[in-house]
Design a protein around this ligand. Structure first.
Ligand code: NAD
Length: 293
């Protein structure tokens, strides 16, 4: 049992903190939103009065915040000046690689170990404790963090040094965004050519067009009964989240000098889809935009 501070108790952080409580940890939670804090208290966390109050005698600090600017501000102005010596810092937010490396360097300067540990698996995975964690940081920090992460997830991957967890996440999601658009285009072309969607699925799912966006998350209703296409594209993984990750990938590509023209194109298409009012729809719903709907 450890004393854990959990900062950011929203859609993801709330259930993740609840799983740490279930694992018998003493969780001290803080969120700017009173309702989120109260929901965590109802699951057994202690309500801290501030970030400083939450971290002051924590052995482990976990953060699950919206974006890089929140992570930088929370660590630089609240966590690092107030956290107990020797505490392990774990940021699970999805943020830009540069911010992740910047904050980890600031932590190291303060004599603290920190990892970036973004997740995939969504709210369902957070609630069930089956998230995948992609971890960036040193070997010793990873070894310390692993047992804590295992209480919130089932697949814990050490991707390398600081920022590499974020890098793994955005590279994977860029592949996913591009492949979802490609699969959607295939089905739209099939429709215009009079080829039945199930027939295309039967061929492509066992041929060289095979990929996760097709076989596990097919964007047309029918072939994969569990895909959001069968429930009017209720998310799942929202288009807004996909756009966020594609923009992070573009930011990283520019900074690193990587050529990612299809990633850039996917980011523009998802931007159109989101700005057209579909931000909360599942990202596979982009097929409807390609269909002119
Ligand atoms: P959310 O908006 O529901 O939760 C974020 C919480 O952080 C909010 O409750 C907010 O009040 C709190 N917060 C913001 N600034 C704060 C501060 N200074 N101090 C304390 N609390 C603060 O978002 P979410 O869906 O839980 O996502 C969190 C992170 O996880 C994001 O980086 C997101 O990209 C990533 N993520 C989300 C999903 C998903 O399906 N929702 C999946 C994978 C990764």
């Amino acid at each position: 049992m450890a004393r854990i501070a959990f900062i950011g108790l929203g859609n993801m952080g709330g259930p993740m903190a609840a799983n740490l409580v279930k694992a018998q940890h003493q969780v001290s939670g803080f969120d700017l939103a009173a309702a989120s804090l109260q929901a965590a208290v109802a699951k057994g966390a202690r309500a801290a009065a501030s970030v400083a109050d939450a971290v002051k005698d924590a052995e482990v600090v976990v953060t699950m915040l919206p974006a890089g600017k929140h992570v930088r501000a929370v660590y630089e102005t609240e966590v690092l000046p107030h956290v107990a010596r020797g505490a392990l810092l774990i940021d699970c937010s999805t943020i830009d690689v540069e911010s992740a490396r910047h904050v980890a360097a600031a932590a190291a300067k303060a004599g603290l170990e920190m990892i970036d540990a973004p997740v995939s698996g969504g709210v369902g995975g957070a609630t069930a404790g089956t998230l995948t964690f992609m971890v960036g940081g040193g070997d010793a920090a990873f070894a310390r963090a692993k047992p804590v992460l295992q209480q919130m997830g089932k697949n814990i991957v050490h991707a390398g040094g600081s920022g590499n967890g974020q890098a793994a996440k955005i590279c994977n999601n860029m592949i996913l965004g591009v492949s979802m658009v490609a699969v959607a285009e295939g089905f739209m072309l099939a429709k215009r050519l009079g080829l039945d969607a199930q027939k295309l699925f039967d061929v492509a799912s066992t041929a060289s067009g095979q990929c996760w966006a097709l076989t596990s998350y097919c964007p047309v209703p029918g072939p994969v009964p569990t895909s959001p296409a069968n429930r009017d594209y209720q998310a799942g993984f929202t288009a807004a989240m996909m756009l966020k990750d594609l923009m992070l990938a573009q930011q990283a590509a520019q900074a690193a000098g990587a050529t990612t023209p299809l990633g850039a194109n996917a980011a523009q298409l998802y931007s159109l889809f989101v700005n057209g009012g579909s931000s909360e729809k599942d990202f596979s719903g982009i097929i409807r935009m390609l269909d002119g709907k």
